[in-house]
Design a protein around this ligand. Structure first.
Ligand code: GLN
Length: 473
C-alpha cells in the first residue's frame, strides 16, 4: 500500500478484497507515526495497543462480511471529543489528567462501524486559535513546510492526515477550525450544517457556533466520514430531527466580490479566480452576489464566541474537573486553578466574554452582535434562493511561520472568510486548489464552498468537480 495516495475509499476496497488486513493498515500508520510525528507533533497521545485490538476486531467483521464504510479505517480524533476512559484535555493544562466518562455520539457511531482510533490530535487550547500554537503542549508543525503552522484549531487533525499519520480525522469548527487547517495543509475539511452532527461529547466553546466535522484527503473521504457521524441525536437538543431533502443543482455559484479584497494576499485571490475559471470550464455559471452585512462577521464573531466561551468555561472551577489548587476559600481555589490551568488566549477570551455580557455592556455589545448575526443569516438565506453555493477563499493567507502572528488581532483577522459561515449555521467545505509560493516553497491554497442549510450534497458535488478539474490542469 502507498500511504501517500491511499484514501478511505480506496482502503475500503482493498480491505474488502483482502489485499491487506486492517491490522496491516494500522501497523503501517503506527510505523509512520513513530517515524514522523516526533517532528510534526500532530498527536498528543497515540493508542497503539488499543488500535491494534480495534484493527483485529475490524478484520473479524470483514471476514464475517459485516463491514461498514469505516471498518478498519485508522483515524485521529481531536482532543476535545470524548472517548470513554481516555484522557481528553482540549490541549489544556486544566484537563491534563481528565478522563472522559462516556463516548461522544460521533465516537459511539464510529465504534459501531469498527473504525480504528490511532490517538488524540493536538489543537489550540479549548479550540481557541488558528495556528495550534495555543496548545499547552507545544505547537504542531505543517507537514508541507515544518517552519510553518498547520493552521488551527484542529491543526493536529489536519497535519495527521496531510502527513499520512491517519487516513482521516475528526475536528471541530467554531469559526473555521476545520476548514482553515485543511486549507493550510492541503487537504479537505468539512464543517457540516449546525445540528447535522451531534455535539454530545464535544467540549463546548461557543455552543451556538460549534460543529464537529471531518478531514480527509479527498471530498469523497470527508463525505464518507460525514455520513458515518451525522444524524439526529436525542442527547443534543440542537440536532436536526429530519435530514433535509436534496435540492436540485442549478450549477450556479455566487461570489460576494466586494468582500473578497479584505486583507487577502494577491496571489491567493489570483488562485481563487483560477479555480472559478476551472468551474466555468466544466459548465458552472459564476455570478457576483451581495451579502450586505458579511463585513461585520468578524466583529460579531469575536463578541459572540468569547461570550459563549466565558460561560462554557465557568465549569472549570478547580473543583469539578481536572486541575485543582488548594486554597482557604472557594474563590481562592477558583482563581489559582484557573490562573494556572488556562493559557493566555483562553484567559483573554474569558475576560472579553465576561465584559461583553456584563450589566451595562450586554446591550451595547452582546445583543447588538446577536442582531447583526441575524442580518448575516438572512443575507445567506436570500443568496441561496438564486445560487447553489457561495465560493470564497478559505484563508486570506497561506500557512504562516511559527511565531509570525504574535498579535492576537492579526490572528483573528485571518478568520475573515470562515466565521460568517458559523454565524449563519450553514455548511461549508475547503478543497485544496493550487498553490502559492513563499520562501521558495509551494504552499497549498484552500477553495471554500458554502451551501444552504442542510445542503451538504451540493458541497460534495461541486467539490468533486473542483478536484476533477485540478487533476486535469
Ligand atoms: N480561529 C477561530 C478562533 O480562534 C476559530 C476557532 C474554531 O473554529 N474553533 O476563534
Amino acid at each position: 500500500m502507498n500511504l501517500d495516495t491511499l484514501t478511505i475509499a480506496q482502503a475500503r476496497k482493498d480491505l474488502d478484497a483482502k489485499k491487506y488486513s486492517a491490522l496491516d493498515l494500522t501497523h503501517a500508520y503506527l510505523e509512520q507515526i513513530a517515524k514522523k510525528d516526533g517532528e510534526i507533533h500532530s498527536y498528543l497521545e497515540v493508542w497503539a495497543d488499543s488500535a491494534r485490538e480495534e484493527a483485529k476486531a475490524a478484520d473479524a467483521m470483514i471476514t464475517a462480511g459485516k463491514q461498514q464504510p469505516l471498518t478498519g479505517i485508522p483515524i485521529a480524533v481531536k482532543d476535545n471529543i470524548l472517548i470513554d476512559g481516555r484522557i481528553a484535555s482540549s490541549a489544556s493544562k486544566m484537563l491534563e489528567n481528565y478522563r472522559a466518562s462516556y463516548d461522544a455520539t460521533v465516537i459511539a457511531k464510529l465504534k459501531a462501524q469498527g473504525a480504528v482510533f490511532l490517538g488524540r490530535a493536538n489543537m489550540d487550547e479549548f479550540a481557541m486559535g488558528g495556528s495550534t500554537e495555543n496548545s499547552a503542549y507545544g505547537p504542531t508543525k505543517n507537514p508541507r513546510d515544518t517552519s510553518r503552522v498547520p493552521g488551527g484549531s484542529s491543526g493536529g487533525s489536519a497535519a495527521a492526515v496531510a502527513a499520512n499519520l491517519a487516513l482521516g480525522a475528526l475536528g471541530s469548527d467554531t469559526g473555521g477550525s476545520i476548514r482553515q487547517p485543511a486549507a493550510l495543509t492541503g487537504i479537505v475539511g468539512l464543517k457540516p450544517t449546525y445540528g447535522a452532527v451531534s455535539r454530545y461529547g464535544l467540549m463546548a466553546m461557543g455552543s451556538s457556533l460549534d460543529q464537529i466535522g471531518t478531514l480527509g484527503k479527498t471530498t469523497e473521504d470527508a463525505h464518507i466520514l460525514f455520513d458515518a457521524i451525522q444524524g439526529y441525536d436525542a442527547n443534543d437538543s440542537t440536532s436536526f430531527p429530519e435530514p433535509s431533502a436534496e435540492r436540485k443543482m442549478r450549477k450556479v455559484i455566487g461570489i460576494p466580490r466586494t468582500f473578497l479584497k479584505e486583507g487577502s494576499d494577491a496571489d491567493i485571490l489570483a488562485q481563487f479566480e483560477e479555480t472559478l475559471d476551472g468551474l466555468k470550464a466544466v459548465g458552472y455559471t459564476v455570478r457576483d452576489i451581495e451579502l450586505p452585512n458579511i463585513g461585520y462577521s468578524l466583529a460579531a464573531y469575536y463578541i459572540i464566541m468569547p461570550a459563549e466561551a466565558s460561560t462554557n468555561l465557568a465549569r472549570y472551577d478547580g473543583i469539578r474537573y481536572g486541575l485543582s489548587f488548594d486554597g482557604k476559600t472557594v474563590e481562592e481555589v477558583n482563581a489559582k486553578s484557573r490562573g494556572v490551568g488556562f493559557g493566555p488566549e483562553v484567559r483573554r477570551r474569558i475576560l472579553v466574554g465576561t465584559f461583553v455580557l456584563s450589566a451595562g455592556y450586554a446591550d451595547a455589545y452582546y445583543r447588538k452582535a446577536r442582531s447583526v448575526r441575524e442580518l448575516i443569516r438572512a443575507d445567506f438565506s436570500r443568496a441561496f434562493e438564486s445560487v447553489d453555493a457561495i465560493a470564497l477563499p478559505t484563508s486570506p493567507v497561506p500557512a504562516f511561520t511559527i511565531g509570525e502572528k504574535s498579535d492576537p488581532l492579526a490572528m483573528y483577522a485571518a478568520d475573515i472568510f470562515t466565521v460568517p459561515v458559523n454565524l449563519a449555521g450553514v455548511p461549508a467545505i475547503s478543497i485544496p486548489s493550487g498553490t502559492v509560493e513563499r520562501d521558495g516553497k509551494k504552499l497549498p491554497v484552500g477553495f471554500q464552498l458554502v451551501a444552504a442549510h442542510g445542503n451538504e450534497s451540493a458541497l460534495f458535488a461541486i467539490g468533486k468537480d473542483v478536484e476533477a478539474y485540478n487533476l486535469r490542469s
